[in-house]
Design a protein around this ligand. Structure first.
Ligand SMILES: [Zn+2]
Length: 518
């Protein structure tokens, strides 16, 4: 066993924090029943008929689907299809839903287009739609024809996620039924085709690009945290979005601690379709509010400021990258406007306030994203010619590499791409003093590589596990255990000195009394 794996296993044993039971929906709060799997079509179909036109060189086999439940929608579900309706009935009238159009090529084959981001037709990747009214055991071939990106993890073995009302845990469509190819019939665009067998005509099925995490999921999670009346947690309304949704700021720190604290600022989900970032952020929050010794240590020596969702409108609307107004907010940090990008203006204001007020001691900024073409998780930091500064910047990814088997220090890099000048990391790196470290954390939409060089698909749990590892890494980065040991030994020394002095004073008094008697 490698030293790194042993270290990580030990951490898992000693620092396991229970998964949050509050986020996903009421129907999976405590135990998750083993769900019936979807009956997928057998191999024989893929070598016959139309499927033989597609080529696939994928070799990675998928693990079983995640066991957590799925998002509860905030919008009322549409009424079911009428009994007389023919063909599949598509829908996306729920939170984060995204479907542009669909065309039936025949009763068992449909072409689907993703709805572009609101007010910005350039971005098309996230999809999340429902399908009703199938026949029992109907086999359907779906073609998603208008992705705005050409490179895709579908080439590495990724596949769409599926759940149904009766089977609410997300599962991946088996890789063997998924094809990603350049299609001459679609102006040489890249097309995702996947084959699915519907087994229950009375069930409602949902398909998604990645594990959904809605605005309402987050509001429910934060509400439940508030209900716990934790003395070390504060939730504030930082600002309202263009569509008047909440943008929350959390502060997690021990208010009774007298230590001089450093402040760590964390943001996530500026890109709404990058849902894995939200699970990581939740993993961080779960650990920080937990009752473990590590969480207590982190709260004693650090202040965590967390904006868990930087783009609530985009998330609600089912966008991939933009806000309601059509801006990629992660290119607007340099000069955000209060009326057009109020989320960023609010976030930037509070970060600069913390930076300018030296009592806050702002030390680190971390912005969490998901990557549509890379595997593993990794970081970008800002490039610098100063070797000492570069060494300091590399410490955080190095420690995380030691703590999390899916994180790769080798993939992490210093970045100076001019296209990324408006990102949080780059813009804040320019605005804040050089002592403040700024990072982008990326995680694959699909999988990480294990020690046998096999791809292991991420699940909702493993994204949250990465978040917990990120939080634990601050203990190493700031040497909190050494600090605590130093504080304890200083306290012990002080206690001994006080005890010794008291004893000496007592002896002196005794002596004076006996001298007086004489
Ligand atoms: Zn992103």
């Amino acid at each position: 066993m490698s030293v790194k794996k042993q270290f990580i296993d030990e951490r898992k044993q000693h620092h396991q924090v229970p998964l949050s039971k509050t986020c996903f929906q009421e129907d999976c709060r405590h135990t998750v029943p083993r769900v019936r799997l979807f009956p997928y079509i057998d191999e024989s179909l893929s070598s016959a008929g139309r499927m033989s036109e597609f080529s696939s060189d994928k070799s990675v086999k998928l693990a079983a689907g995640p066991s957590l439940g799925t998002s509860k929608t905030a919008l009322p579900a549409k009424k079911g299809p009428k009994a007389t309706e023919k063909g599949l009935v598509f829908g996306c009238d729920f939170e984060c839903g995204n479907l542009g159009s669909h065309v039936a090529l025949n009763e068992n084959e449909y072409e689907i287009e993703i709805r572009p981001d609101t007010n910005n037709s350039k971005h098309r990747l996230w999809f999340y739609f429902s399908v009703e009214n199938p026949r029992a055991n109907q086999r359907v071939l779906f073609h998603v024809t208008n992705f705005s990106k050409t490179k895709s993890l579908y080439r590495e073995g990724m596949s769409p996620l599926v759940r149904s009302l009766k089977r609410p845990s997300w599962q991946r469509v088996p890789e063997k039924n998924v094809f990603y190819y350049r299609s001459p019939q679609h102006k040489k665009n890249y097309v995702l085709s996947f084959l699915f067998q519907f087994d229950d005509p009375h069930d409602k099925y949902y398909f998604a690009y990645s594990f959904p995490y809605t605005y309402t999921d987050l509001q429910r999670y934060l509400h439940d945290l508030e209900q716990r009346n934790l003395k070390y947690l504060r939730r504030e309304l930082l600002c309202r979005t263009v569509q008047q949704r909440r943008m929350d700021l959390l502060t997690i720190s021990d208010p009774t601690s007298v230590e001089r604290k450093k402040t760590v600022f964390i943001t996530a989900r500026v890109h709404p379709g990058e849902t894995p970032a939200q699970y990581i952020c939740q993993g961080i929050m779960d650990l920080l509010v937990s009752d473990t010794a590590e969480a207590k240590l982190l709260r004693k020596y650090l202040v965590f400021k967390i904006i868990p969702m930087l783009n609530p409108d985009g998330v609600f609307l089912g966008n991939y990258r933009c806000s309601y107004t059509g801006y990629d907010l992660n290119r607007c940090w340099t000069d955000p406007s209060d009326w057009c990008h109020p989320e960023l203006a609010g976030a930037k204001r509070v970060i600069l306030e913390h930076h300018n007020d030296k009592s806050h001691n702002l030390d680190l900024f971390l912005d969490i994203h998901a990557h549509s073409t890379a595997s593993n998780s990794f970081m970008y930091c800002n490039s610098t010619d100063d070797r000492a500064l570069a060494e300091r910047e590399s410490q955080f990814p190095r420690f995380l590499d030691a703590n999390s088997s899916d994180f790769s220090f080798q993939q992490s890099k210093a970045d100076s791409d001019p296209n990324k000048e408006g990102t949080g990391r780059r813009a804040l790196g320019q605005m804040l003093s050089s002592g403040v470290r700024c990072y982008t954390l990326e995680v694959s939409f699909y999988a990480s590589t294990n020690s046998a060089c096999k791809l292991v698909p991420y699940t909702q749990q493993s994204y949250m596990e990465l978040g917990r590892n990120v939080a634990l890494t601050f203990i190493d980065l700031y040497k909190l255990k050494q600090l605590e040991a130093g504080t304890k030994s200083t306290k012990e020394l002080n206690r001994r000195v006080v005890a010794q002095t008291t004893s000496q004073k007592f002896q002196l008094k005794q002596q004076q009394r006996s001298n007086g008697k004489q």
